[in-house]
Design a protein around this ligand. Sequence first.
Ligand SMILES: [Zn+2]
Length: 345
Amino acid sequence: MTVNPTDRDRQVWQEEFEDFVPERVFDAHIHLYNRSCLLPGTRFPATSVWQRFGGTFTKQQLLEWTAAWLPGRELSVNQFGYPFFDSDRDASGVYAGDVADNRRFFGMALVAPRDSVESVRQRVVSNRLIGYKPYLEFVEGRPKAEITIHDMLPAEQMELADELGLAIMLHIPRPGRLADPVNQMQMVELCQRYPNTRIIFAHIGRAYYLSSVTGFLDGIAACPNAYIDTAMVNHEGVLEYTFRTFPRDRMLFGSDAPIACLRGKSVEVNDQYVYLMGEDYAIGNAMYAPENAVAFTSFTYEQLRGIRLAAQRAGLSRAEIADFFFGNADSLFSAVAQRNYGGSA
Ligand SMILES: [Zn+2]
């Protein structure tokens, strides 16, 4: 149940990435789950991406995929569950903890606003996890478009995160994403109120096209505990802008596997974006190209292409590239593990 690289994919690796991707890669944004992580009776629609690999994406499946697509690279990972309403958050925490060794594999707990602070403490500490992954889907009682960052992360949960110095992987809400004024304010408030936390704004604040990022990174760039990951961003202009304006030592490589394992590419269209899909799976703004008009490679490779071009244009040194792919994330997550668990499981 993997996506096998074609000869053309292997050629792309050889020609474009073999000399670019460092020996050690830390993927800061991966979803891992087995059947135990889902509530009993969970069924995926046929076009759900979570169905793509047989309804699971385990450590073993990830390692197989990586061996095929990032050959010869030593992978480190920050992983968390499947962030949907029908996931069992306690079981997902146990699974993330089973996978984590706090040396190369780190794990985060899924948290919902209704989870008591004691249950969250238990979920994190007993599984030796290094942070939280909240999600929009876990917020109840508000129209989706009106959900705020503070709704996703209530004060008591943030106080606990601050006490433990945890990392938080935040997929920001609201249709305006990074450019939304409420988000702009609350992103900075979150960083400032909880200075011992490390807040990772996933997908560069979900900015997948140029006008959604330009001018909107300055607030969080000024917060020393704010990080971004580049998961699912393959737009070289967005990546170049981020390399130029956001502190490079707080940028993390992330793929968003298993989504990134699919064939497709994110494309800017008229100040919006769309996922052009080479496989018929529904991931947000997706358009499936069934006629095989073009031969797709994986989202992961499109991300690497964007990163490579952006790094060239922004003039990153080899050392900065190595830190982006590995060192920044390794330092961040190792420090949280060290502080709470003495560094190893
Ligand atoms: Zn994700």
